[in-house]
Design a protein around this ligand. Structure first.
Ligand code: NAD
Ligand code: AHE
Ligand code: ZN
Length: 375
């Protein structure tokens, strides 16, 4: 069939809207009509050329929602008409990782996914006879896409596509980092570095977990009001304080009898490796947990004094908030539908596919939280 998509023909170049060819679903695969897709910072990261796995030409986009149009042979859990959210972290429930119950990082199709291909080693997309690569197994910047059955979460058909698309990455990553990865308890102190599309969902998750003190750190003062809107109790702009951010945060979190200071939990939502170090070092001696969410460019590394770990801090990371997509994503959609989670105010801009490049500009200028593209 023919479909319309925003294609990344080369790194650092604007996406181009073209009509391309899409092959139908093979065995174990599903054809999905995408109704709404978000633009996540990770899409911009890959388009920048800094992603070691970035391939061109490809169809980016990994945060979407849509409807099943057709299923391939052997597909049993989905049928035409089902409403779905694509999963860049699939859940096969059979691989050693899924069976371990220790991680959400299913390995069933990771190798081919990282090469921009379907599990059989081929692409379903082409343009003028040339292969176009899939991206993160999703390619939601296309009006139609094909995914493996294990990479689709079936959701409540009453859920609005133009809101729950965000559960395909941002909401689940932020809220899941708090609940699944850090396992934050009521009364905790926390610092969130970067109050963008992910960081605000970490703030929202901390509020849900009952954290007492939620400190947001951002270099953009406009993010103060955004953080407060979702439960942030304190705001720090590192460019407007005297001295280093780490002692500043340690002093701010000093409470109780020991007066040591440092947050129980810290989260990096910037992708900046200097910030990742600050986040670790701003966590509490003896028990602080620091979670890396941000994605850093090719060749970048993190460092700290080993003494920071010897003295009881834990440095950890999370992909897709530790969520097992087919199991957890439908539940998060239900949380939204019942009012437990907020999404609507974070969707600041609604765009047509033709205007998708504007969505990247808005993000780079710090003007959007999430832009949604509607097909
Ligand atoms: P965003 O652009 O919406 O937000 C980033 C925020 O960080 C902005 O508010 C910006 O002002 C702030 N910031 C930048 N530099 C800073 C600094 N030095 N100190 C403090 N604040 C700073 O991006 P997003 O969509 O929220 O994504 C955030 C990061 O999370 C990206 O690196 C993205 O690739 C990554 N991500 C990871 C996962 C995962 O599964 N691990 C999922 C989604 C996104
Ligand atoms: N491809 C990059 C890594 C990018 C990355 O870490 N992606 C996250 C999701 S970001 C969503 O916005 C992820 O899920 N990572 C786990 C995985 O298996 O990709 C690189 O460095 O090669
Ligand atoms: Zn994302």
């Amino acid at each position: 069939m023919k479909t319309r998509a925003a294609v990344a023909f080369a790194a650092k170049k604007p996406l181009e809207i073209v009509e391309l060819d899409l092959e139908g679903p093979k065995a174990g695969e599903v054809l999905v009509e995408i109704k709404a897709t978000g633009i996540c910072h990770t899409d911009a990261f890959t388009l920048s050329g800094a992603d070691p796995e970035g391939l061109f030409p490809s169809i980016l986009g990994h945060e979407g929602a849509g409807v099943v149009l057709e299923v391939g042979a052997g597909v049993t859990s989905l049928k035409p008409g089902d409403h779905v959210i694509p999963l860049y972290t699939p859940e096969c429930r059979e691989c050693p990782s899924c069976l371990s119950r220790k991680t959400n990082l299913c390995t069933a199709i990771r190798a081919t996914q990282g090469k921009g291909l379907m599990p059989d080693g081929t692409s379903r997309f082409s343009y003028k006879g040339e292969t176009i690569y899939h991206y993160m197994g999703c390619s939601t910047f296309s009006n139609h896409t094909v995914l493996p059955e294990i990479a689709l979460a079936k959701i409540d058909p009453r859920a609005p596509f133009d809101k729950v698309f965000y559960i395909g990455c941002g909401v689940t990553t932020g809220v899941g980092a708090v609940l699944n990865t850090a396992k934050v308890e009521a009364g905790a102190t926390a610092v969130v570095f970067g109050l963008g599309g992910i960081g605000l969902n970490v703030v929202q998750g901390l509020k849900l977990a009952g954290a007492d003190m939620i400190i947001g750190v951002d270099i953009n003062n406009d993010k103060r009001a955004w953080g407060e809107r979702f439960g942030m109790t304190h705001f720090v702009n590192p460019r407007e304080i005297e001295g280093d951010i780490v002692p500043h945060l340690v002093a701010l979190t000093r409470r109780g009898a020991d007066q040591i200071g440092g947050a129980d939990y810290t989260f990096d939502c910037t992708g900046n490796t200097t910030v990742m170090r600050q986040a670790l070092e701003a966590s509490h001696r003896g028990w602080g947990k620091s979670v890396v969410i941000g994605v850093a460019g090719a060749g970048q590394e993190i460092s700290t004094r080993p003494f920071q770990l010897v003295t009881g801090r834990t440095w950890m990371g999370t992909a897709f908030g530790g969520a097992r997509g087919r199991t957890d994503v439908p539940k998060i959609v239900d949380w939204y539908m019942s009012g437990k989670l907020e999404i609507d105010p974070m969707i600041t801009h609604t765009l047509r596919l033709e205007d998708i490049n504007q969505g990247f500009e808005l993000m780079h200028h710090g003007e959007s939280i999430r832009s949604v593209v509607l097909f």
